[in-house]
Design a protein around this ligand. Structure first.
Ligand code: GLC
Length: 848
């Protein structure tokens, strides 16, 4: 019987999906009958009363808003958008009987009047970058209402674009899918999906932003619509890629590159830059559902220290709370959280606590009783009062159903309530509640279950009549579900910033909507301890990076099920370079800390964790680039080599910044693998062996070794080996990898790693240039930018060469040969090392 039900369910789902794919029956927007021209926008009036507004925000950024059969609304609000004050770019308008053309310095937008078709072209070459396949559409006849989450909440809207024969698609945030999304079809509806595998869709997050790439030129489309949305990149048609949503406006932003990096920078400008988290967030993190009591947490930390394994952060999962009541501590398990945290901080370890949105439903007053849902009469005032519930209820901050009843989902505490985070006062209140953690020495907050997950029903149906304040619009769950986590993270981030203005907030989230990078970092939820799940790490991290979320990571070793030493090691060989490196495990699965599978595996894991700390100056410099420019740290090769078609669907290797290429092993019992190296010179990180790029090479990859290559032309800034951030003075060593012309360059970014002062110029950026032509080697260190002054220290330059120098000059003065690793020059292991005092001034080093 149950098999039959499953079959019926599957057939129904297939039917629903099939219908979801078919947008061809939708009503098309009418032809243009007239238009008006404003300072930065053109409004098209259509024969059917529809309106389309094109707004020129920047030479490479045009917004398209369409309203079907009625004028574009004067209300214009999005939780994702960070910037609305754009300096209008120069643009011109020309007309012909058939077309209206808007031209900025970079994009030519040609609007065909009848039928209404928009195409975007390169303003210089006039080549079409992206063009409508048919006019924008709306579901006037209710063709798709049967598949909609809440037909009453909106009408399906869609836009279809011509599919290029060789067009590749990237982005869409967190998808359990490969890098190139061509021929894929995706849904956005934040969903709690434990144990997801490749193809599961949707999962936790909604980032309706994608990139198209054809013939080396890229564009981006951000469909800013929080309703359940659909993206189809040629899955069901050879002609078109389309996107649509179950309500709201047809509202998208068109970005023209042609470089992906430029698009990501504009996207960051539009939806917000990731602020820098504290530097220790790049340290190694350990978690477990659940470490308790406090002595267990202390034991884990002392194991790390005794075993000489680096650790900066330990996480407390839901068991630290008193009966899963957020903003409380369990008096038996954690009787003195402040003292525990102080002890851990002395060992260089910070604590992060999980905070779920479910507030235990615990009425104790007459008011509360009255407000209680009659479904739950048994929940009387049998326990002592819970201040969070009491306050939220009194202030009316919790979500209600349409009929005015309190919405009572079930989460970890059983019956619970959710805060309406669209209310500004509720966000402020929620943020201030974090005093319960900060006052006890907690260093960061982990937001989970914020899809929001409801054990009554994970599809959202139980929440369908929940109403949110939404700036007075009192809108439906259909509109607000996908922004719930964004707003919870915002409340958390703003609360932490208010409570501790001299510290950078550090928030981690599971669910999200576009713009999340302004408030939170993320991890990819409940993965499996399997090789397939590990292989998904790379396309998922790189895709998130291409979707505006640079600070990403996955539970190292996988969350669900039992792994083994080999899987754990290979997993660290991916994550030791991910921004978020945290080993985390389910409550009922086999232990997974680095030592759990024996010394052989532990020793290899130690090697990679130590290397992560050595590479921190490089990682932090690249993270700051992500903060400033929106270009992520953990990159697919296509981001750095978008003219190289060999990179277009390459997702079993990745790059950190521009300079480090890593090709992990993603299958068991494999000790060799093929690696694609793009054009140029490459150095094997371990052996210094040189490779000529533009080819696939076969390299050794025993369990001890993840194949890693450094780009010729780069200088890697390294720091000291440490067991936690701040353990030692960060003395930089610059390792030089010259290109074919003998040149190399880099820059090093540093700041205090803790405070927001970097936003006031309190940082140091030092540029370095190396040139080694014939026998004349020169290194120039520029005068640093910014006002940050590191502690007194030396800086070393490491150049691989068999030659012994005749003489070394620093600013024209002879540098002596060094004794015992002191200042001066020395030779070691085929390398020339020059150590100088880092006095924050420009220098020139010459070697003859
Ligand atoms: C969810 C989280 C997981 C956490 C668990 C208990 O499954 O994704 O990381 O350990 O809840 O809080």
């Amino acid at each position: 019987m149950s098999k039959l039900l499953t079959l019926v369910f599957c057939l129904m789902s297939i039917a629903v999906c099939a219908r979801a794919q078919d947008i061809t029956g939708l009503e098309k927007i009418g032809p243009v009958v007239s238009f008006t021209k404003g300072a930065n926008a053109v409004t098209l009036n259509c024969a059917d009363g529809s309106q389309v507004q094109l707004t020129m925000l920047a030479p490479d950024l045009i917004r398209v808003r369409a309203s079907f059969t009625k004028p574009v609304s004067t209300r214009d609000h999005s939780w994702a958008i960070a910037r609305d004050n754009w300096d209008t770019p120069r643009w011109t308008l020309t007309e012909s009987p058939e077309t209206i053309s808007i031209t900025t310095e970079e994009v030519e937008c040609v609007i065909h009047r009848s039928p209404l078709l928009i195409s975007f072209r390169d303003a210089h070459t006039h080549e079409v970058i992206n063009a409508d396949e048919r006019p924008m559409m709306y579901d006037a006849k209710g063709t798709l209402t049967g598949m909609m989450f809440d037909p009453a909440a909106g009408m399906f809207v869609a836009a279809a674009k011509k599919l290029g024969f060789d067009e590749h698609f990237y982005g869409l945030g967190e998808k359990a899918a490969r890098l190139d999304k061509r021929r894929g079809s995706f849904v956005n509806w934040n969903s709690d999906t434990p144990g997801y595998t490749e193809g599961k869709d949707p999962i936790y997050q909604t980032i309706p932003f994608y990139l198209g790439l054809e013939r080396g030129a890229a564009y981006g489309i951000f469909f800013d619509n929080s309703y359940r949305s659909y993206f189809n990149f040629g899955r069901s048609s050879q002609e078109r890629a389309w996107f649509g949503a179950e309500g709201g406006e047809m509202n998208y932003y068109f970005f023209y590159g042609p470089t992906i990096k430029k698009i990501l920078s504009r996207y960051a400008e539009l939806t917000g830059h990731m602020p820098l988290p504290p530097l220790w967030a790049l340290g190694n993190q350990q978690s477990r559902w659940g470490y308790y009591p406090d002595t267990m947490v202390e034991r884990v930390v002392s194991e790390y220290r005794q075993r000489d394994l680096p650790l900066d952060v330990v996480h407390l999962d839901i068991d630290y709370m008193n009966g899963y009541r957020v903003f409380t501590w369990n008096p038996q398990r954690f009787p003195r959280p402040k003292e525990m945290n102080e002890q851990l901080i002395k060992q260089g370890v910070k604590v992060i606590t999980i905070v779920d949105p479910g507030v235990k439903y615990q009425p104790h007053s007459a008011v509360a009783e009255q407000a209680a849902n009659s479904r739950n009469p048994e929940l009387g005032p049998k326990e002592k009062s819970y201040y969070v519930f009491d306050q939220g209820l009194e202030k009316n901050y919790f979500q209600h159903r349409k009929d005015g009843k309190l919405f009572i989902p079930k989460v970890w505490p059983g019956d619970s309530v959710f805060v309406d985070y669209t209310l500004p006062e509720a966000r402020k209140w929620w943020g201030d509640l974090h005093r319960a953690y900060l006052d006890n020495g907690v260093a960061g907050i982990w937001n989970d279950m914020n899809e929001p997950s409801d054990f009554v029903d994970q599809t959202g149906k139980n929440q369908s009549d929940v109403i949110s304040y939404d700036e007075g619009e009192k809108s439906s769950h259909a509109k607000n579900r996908n922004v719930f986590a964004l707003l919870m993270a915002r409340a958390t981030y703003e609360g932490l910033a208010r409570l501790r203005p001299d510290r950078r907030p550090y928030v981690i989230t599971r669910a999200a909507y576009a713009g999340i990078q302004r408030y939170s970092t993320m991890w990819t939820g409940d993965t499996n301890s399997t090789w397939d799940s590990l292989a998904l790490n790379i396309p998922m991290f790189t895709t998130l990076g291409l979707s505006g979320e640079p600070f990403v990571g996955s539970d190292v070793g996988g969350f669900m099920g039992r792994g083994d030493g080999e899987l754990l090691v290979r997993s660290y060989q991916v994550s030791f370079l991910a921004p978020f490196c945290r080993n985390h495990k389910n409550i009922d699965s086999y232990d997974q800390e680095p030592w759990r599978f024996g010394k052989y595996y532990e020793d290899i894991i130690r090697k990679y964790l130590k290397l992560r700390y050595r590479l921190l100056p490089f990682l932090y410099t690249t993270l700051e680039e992500a903060h400033r420019t929106g270009v992520p740290l953990f990159r697919p090769l296509v981001l750095n080599y978008q003219n190289d078609a060999n990179t277009y669907n390459l997702d079993d290797e990745f790059m950190i910044g521009n300079d480090l290429l890593v090709a992990p092993v993603l299958r068991p019992d494999v000790t060799r693998r093929l690696v694609y190296l793009p054009e140029g010179k490459w150095y094997d990180y371990w052996t210094n062996k040189e490779y000529k790029g533009g080819s696939v090479v076969s390299v050794d990859a025993p369990l001890e070794t993840v194949p890693m290559f450094v780009r010729g032309g780069s200088i890697l800034p390294l720091g000291p080996e440490m067991n936690y951030v701040g353990e030692k003075v960060s003395e930089p060593s610059f390792v030089v990898y010259p290109d074919d012309r003998g040149e190399a360059a880099t820059s090093l970014y540093e700041d205090d790693g803790l405070s927001p002062e970097y936003t006031n110029g309190v940082y140091r950026r030092t540029a370095l240039h190396f040139s080694g032509k014939q026998k004349q080697i020169q290194i120039s260190v520029s005068a640093p930018q910014g006002t940050f002054k590191p502690q007194p220290r030396t800086a070393s330059f490491i150049i691989s060469t068999a030659l012994s120098p005749g003489r070394v000059l620093l600013d024209g003065q002879t540098v002596p040969r060094a004794a015992d690793g002191g200042k001066g020059w020395s030779k070691n292991d085929g390398a020339l090392i020059i150590r100088i005092l880092d006095d924050g001034r420009a220098h020139k080093i010459e070697i003859e």
